[in-house]
Ligand binder design. Structure first.
Ligand SMILES: Cc1cc2nc3c(=O)[nH]c(=O)nc-3n(C[C@H](O)[C@H](O)[C@H](O)COP(=O)(O)O)c2cc1C
Length: 160
């Protein structure tokens, strides 16, 4: 058995993705990053599933704090998504680009996004260059029920 790497890449890049800002908090520090590998995992309890780069700052913060938020970006917030994947001068500095409040679990919720959910980590698969975190949704704030940003519309790719 041999893997056709080119076919694998083409096929996996056809999985549709949204674009989200994942928020994290640990002690007095917050951070956030752009995430696309996100899906729902259960109706009851409400679960979301997200893959996080093992070498990112946020990965360790999620592991240690056991929580994360997911903010759904508006279709016209591509520029903000770019801010949250680029290098930052200090951890959490990306939030200078947009107003936010801390939710009930202490996690960043972007005020100008569609809305955000806060999750408690209930599972983790640590294998490969990303960890898969399973989060149970504990709070949800809807700011405006408008169209959400998706990866395909940006011309960017993350995957394959
Ligand atoms: C289009 C796009 C989608 C991305 N999706 C993810 C993702 O799903 N999971 C992830 O861990 N990183 C993803 N990234 C990379 C992170 O946004 C990036 O590594 C970020 O700098 C991590 O920040 P941190 O080190 O401060 O935690 C994506 C990047 C781009 C450009």
């Amino acid at each position: 058995m041999s893997l056709d790497v080119a076919a694998k890449k083409t096929l996996l890049r056809k999985i549709p993705h949204g674009l989200f800002i994942c928020g994290v908090a640990e002690a007095d520090h917050i951070n956030g990053f752009t995430a696309s590998w996100v899906t729902q995992g259960s109706f009851e309890p409400p679960l979301v599933v997200m893959a996080v780069r093992a070498d990112s700052t946020s990965h360790g913060m999620i592991e240690r704090s056991g929580r994360f938020s997911l903010n759904v970006l508006r279709a016209d917030q591509k520029d903000l998504a770019a801010v949250f994947f680029k290098p930052q001068t200090a951890v959490g500095g990306r939030f200078d680009a947009t107003p936010f409040k801390l939710g009930e679990l202490g996690l960043p919720i972007l005020e100008e996004a569609v809305g955000g959910v806060e999750c408690v980590v209930v599972g983790q698969v640590k294998h490969g260059d990303h960890s898969v975190f399973v989060g149970e949704v504990r709070t949800a704030v809807l700011h405006q029920d408008v169209a959400a940003l998706d990866l395909a519309s940006t011309g960017w790719s993350y995957g394959g």
